[in-house]
Design a protein around this ligand. Structure first.
Ligand code: ZN
Length: 89
């Protein structure tokens, strides 16, 4: 089977403080979600380095871990090394 070259949406997007993909899905936490396309929502754990040092791109090396929901059919698999978090002061 040919490789799927369709353009997938970037996963892990947030809308109004909620996971965008979950706003398009039906289901309940703990039971499971199903996307509007019919695929089951998957979750990928990602690690986000926390850059809380005094200089840009510096920090203590701590990471924040979280599960990012995504639709395997419509979205890219979330990158394990997720986007850095810069704490607000
Ligand atoms: Zn989908």
């Amino acid at each position: 089977m040919a490789e799927n070259i369709g353009i997938k949406r970037k996963s892990g997007q947030v809308k109004d403080g909620k996971w965008l993909v979950l706003t398009e899905s039906t289901g309940e936490p703990g039971v499971g979600f199903r996307h509007s396309c019919g695929a089951e929502i998957m979750a990928q754990q990602v690690a986000r380095p926390i850059w809380d040092g005094p200089f840009p791109l510096s920090g203590s090396g701590r990471c924040s871990y979280e599960k990012v929901p995504y639709c395997p059919q419509c979205e890219e698999i979330p990158n394990y090394h997720g986007a850095p978090i810069t704490p607000r002061s």
